[in-house]
Design a protein around this ligand. Structure first.
Ligand code: FES
Length: 137
């Protein structure tokens, strides 16, 4: 394994994340108050890019179903949030038959999604070289 340049410090301002692809890997680089961290950029739930989610302090929230990971350890902090409530409201004005069919369809999808196990994210070592950010792959 060796360190590879993936970004410059100016490309990832504090409190933001960047997606990089290097060595066949998709990596999420985050700047937490001037310190850089890197984890696998594909969510273990349904493969969304974590770098397109949000970063608050050290917690990355997945843009698809809100699983949360600690960017410093890759540890899963909370699993996906799957709610039918908002979807039900979208069909409020539809005939009862349509509402029921949509509800059944989404309940089936959510049941399958609940069975998907979400694990900790792989963590990459990061080091700085002047204004460059390097990740060990
Ligand atoms: S894809 Fe990340 S929580 Fe579902």
């Amino acid at each position: 394994m060796s360190f590879v340049r993936v970004a410059t410090v100016s490309e990832i301002p504090a409190g933001t994340m960047k997606h990089v692809e290097v060595g066949g890997k998709e990596i999420c680089i985050a700047n937490v108050s001037g310190k850089f961290y890197a984890i696998n950029d594909r969510c273990g739930h349904e493969n969304a890019r974590l770098s397109r989610g949000s970063l608050i302090n050290t917690i990355v929230t997945c843009p698809m179903h809100s699983s949360q990971f600690d960017i410093t350890t890759g540890k899963l902090m909370s699993g996906p949030v799957l709610e039918l409530a908002g979807i039900k409201e979208m069909f409020t004005g539809c005939p009862e038959k349509v509402k029921k069919a949509v509800e059944q369809m989404y309940e089936g999808i959510f049941e399958e999604q609940r069975l998907i196990k979400t694990y900790d994210q792989l963590v990459y070592d990061v080091k700085m070289d002047g204004s460059d950010v390097l990740v060990q792959i």
